[in-house]
Design a protein around this ligand. Sequence first.
Ligand code: HEM
Length: 368
Amino acid sequence: MKGKEAAKLFYDNNKFKRAGAAPKRAQKTLLGEGGVQGLDGKPHRHRKSMFMSMMNDESLEKMRQLIKYEWEFAARHFTDQKEIILYEESKKIIMRAICSWAGVPLKEDEVKKWSDNMAAMFETPVSIGLEQHKGRKARRDSEEWIKEMVEEVREGRINPKENTVLYQFSFHKDHEGNLLDSQIAAVEIINILRPAVAVAIYVNFAALALYQHPDERKKLAKRDDRDFEAFVQEVRRFYPFFPFNGAKVKEDFVWNGYKFEKDTLTLLDFYGTNHDSNFWDNPELFKPDRYINCEEHPFTLIPQGGGDHHTGHRCPGEWITIDIMKTSIDYLANELSYEVPEQDFSYSLVEIPSLIKSGFVMSNIKRK
Ligand code: HEM
């Protein structure tokens, strides 16, 4: 299904459930088992509140400062190198910032190892053979790493600050008042780290958009937050990322003449909804101006899901995603000068996730 009305239906908790909707292969790599994505009803709302409580103003401001600090640190090193692959560098920048924000200790010489592990989980969810094996190993290793950390926090052997993800998730009690199993707490902490690192994919698409739309890039020189917001929203709408999600029908019902039978897996086409010409004017054009003075789009701009963040499955990481993108775009548009050598900018509309083939190579980087 696609489009505004279909999205409203998909996010109706009386009609659809998530239990049993995710394929095993994705659970073994991308999602993990026992996490918030597969819960429904009260257990879901309760677990979701654990994520949402971390997304307050103070905490988001902290994340903005951390990502700026990490970009600044990385930018200094970019100027010593002949060229860099933006995708590889931004995964490390984000991993440092998100671990620091989440209270997860990460040694500098382990940044690459663990950011590669996070990436392997989202780069392989639909793959088979060796690639699938790589994703599964990354999940096993990462869960073991974080599970041990949760146990150490509980035993008082490491003491993260109270307002961090590591502390809050380690001591979170479920809707029946029990501590989460340490394995599940690990799955949920990874549900913060892994998708944050995946924002590197959007950073890459933003770099491509800046390169291919120099007039839009010029607008960002004024550093007006409204222009940054519009640019980010258009990158999230225009480029492919998480193409669809699935849910199962709760009880038989009929909608617009279509019969939905209990337990039928139903997919909502996120990319198709973001490009639906019934709603979007010239959806195949990259046009950030379309967001100036317009209202919110809870069921039409759904790159990270739609509906309500608290009661539904919409991504709780949207604010962090947008903030990481804004800071990264500011560095790419205003803080750095660089050349973009000839390379393969193509990306697929059928692979999950869709990555720019070259990873976006930048050379001769200087501070402005
Ligand atoms: C790279 C950018 C991101 C994309 C494209 C993305 C996309 C999505 C999508 C499509 C969903 C499912 C929505 C649904 O089924 O209704 C989702 C859920 C989720 N996302 Fe994100 N996300 C991103 C970043 C983040 C970040 C930065 C975090 C955490 C800091 C995060 C944490 C989560 C969690 C915990 C869920 C499960 C929510 C639930 O089931 O209630 N995501 N995301």
